[in-house]
Design a protein around this ligand. Sequence first.
Ligand SMILES: Cc1ncc(COP(=O)(O)O)c(C=O)c1O
Length: 227
Amino acid sequence: NNPTGAVYSKDTLKQIAELARKHELIVCADEIYDRILYDDAEHIPFASIAEDILCLTFSGLSKSYRLAGFRSGWMIVTGKKLQALDFLEGLDILSSMRLCANVPAQYAIQTALGGYQSINDLVLPTGRLGAQRDLAYEKLTAIPGVSCVKPKGAIYLFPKLDEKMYPIEDDERLMLELLLEQKLLLVQGSAFNLPSRQHLRLVFLPPVDVLENAIDRLAEFLSSKRK
Ligand SMILES: Cc1ncc(COP(=O)(O)O)c(C=O)c1O
């Protein structure tokens, strides 16, 4: 997942590469949101800045190409492959014997990767995804005690609830209450291994009118919890 919608800068990627070099690590770069970018955000593939590091880059049809039902993804191996031949052989065996890729769906990959990229229109401020991100961000941050970093990529917002206004002990319980009271399903921040209990994750894929109504219901729910 990318719950905060962060897009790493070249500098951050270089620091990760430094760590990988120092500790001789393999880097797994899940870059499935590589084309879902807002404003001036740029996706820099990790493999392109660290050609000496063994890197597994993952992607698939379900996000940038919006073909989730095709269940089709891929992995690109770059870097120091010679030192990892056994590991790579194991991956080959695993993919042939256990993953059993869906062959017809693989024909869609070439078509999806090339040609006209409709995602580029969707992420513009006038596009469906861009408009949904902007509306969800504006409405969430208008709720008292709710702050949020505006996502630069992906399809999620990760708002923070002010600790003094909303002292939350069990964020999973809070999400269950929200579901039961407002029929609204969000994910608690602790589900992403965050020690803090003050975050929620919202998917901004629904159309603006649905999002508008949902965030109004979230605001109503939070007003009943406010100290
Ligand atoms: C970062 C990331 N990678 C991979 C996936 C998996 O996508 P799928 O199994 O739908 O192809 C997801 C889905 O949410 C994701 O957030």
